[in-house]
Design a protein around this ligand. Structure first.
Ligand code: PGA
Length: 243
């Protein structure tokens, strides 16, 4: 299995900025065929990803989706709209969406089902609020992931990617979780999903030791990936560590 290295660009980059970003990134990662790489821009730049990344080794996707097929949901985006733009991955339940939009594990389950119905790969984000022992963290994230995956069939569930993202390790001023902690949580999460990736303050320094842990199948990079050179450096580390 190739390591899965992705980024959610969050609420960054206009479509014009994204075009420059995609052009630079696709060049930098072109030699890294031993990694599976994806970017999740904001909705307004997905069409740019389709235009600029088509034919490259970078997949693209979205940071959210509506659980319903279509209809009276002002401002929302459906799974069919994402498929139409060539999306492969859809992130569901990031802690910032849970915080800003009150998303619950039950809402995550509805969205995951919708992504699976449309043959895209859901990335379910789970994570505990407070730094503690790996056993306690695992207990929490298993509960989140079980609910989030509860509406898919057994076969569908094997397609789900789980992103372990401890909330205390995400964002400006935070530092990545300890590799041993991450490894322990990932090995536990593997009872639910084939691919478990880690997110939270990943950068070119922390990437190697985290990827060296058994059970870590890839990385979900935030702010470091806003610089395509750093994102490509992390992907290169993954290609080396996991090959
Ligand atoms: P960060 O974000 O790398 O900026 O901590 C990670 C994430 O939210 O996935």
């Amino acid at each position: 299995m190739r390591p899965l290295i992705g980024t959610g660009l969050k609420m960054n980059l206009t479509s014009s900025e994204a075009a420059i970003y995609f052009d630079e990134l696709s060049q930098l990662v072109a030699p890294l065929s031993s990694c599976e790489i994806f970017v999740l821009p904001s909705f307004t730049s997905i069409w740019v990803a389709r235009d600029r990344l088509r034919g490259s080794n970078v997949y693209w996707g979205a940071q959210d989706v509506h659980p319903n097929e279509a209809g009276a949901h002002t401002g929302d985006i459906s799974a069919a709209m994402l498929v139409d733009l060539g999306c492969s991955f859809v992130e569901v339940g990031h802690s910032e969406r849970r915080r800003d939009h009150g998303e619950t594990d039950e809402m995550v389950a509805l969205k995951v089902r919708q992504v699976l119905r449309h043959e895209m790969t859901p990335i379910i984000c789970v994570g505990e609020h407070i730094r503690g022992r790996p056993e306690a963290a695992l207990d929490h994230v298993l509960r989140q992931a079980r609910t989030g995956m509860s509406l898919g069939s057994e076969a569908d569930r094997r397609r789900v990617v789980i992103a372990y993202e401890p909330i205390w390790a995400i964002g400006e001023g935070a530092i990545a979780a300890d590799p041993a902690h991450i490894g322990a949580v990932h090995r536990g999460l593997h009872q639910l999903a084939t691919r478990v990736i880690y997110g939270g303050s990943v950068d070119p320094i922390t990437a190697g030791p985290i990827l060296a842990q058994t059970g870590v199948d890839g990385l979900f990079v935030g702010r470091a990936a806003l610089d395509p050179k750093q994102f490509a450096a992390i992907a290169a580390i993954a290609a080396r560590t996991k090959s």
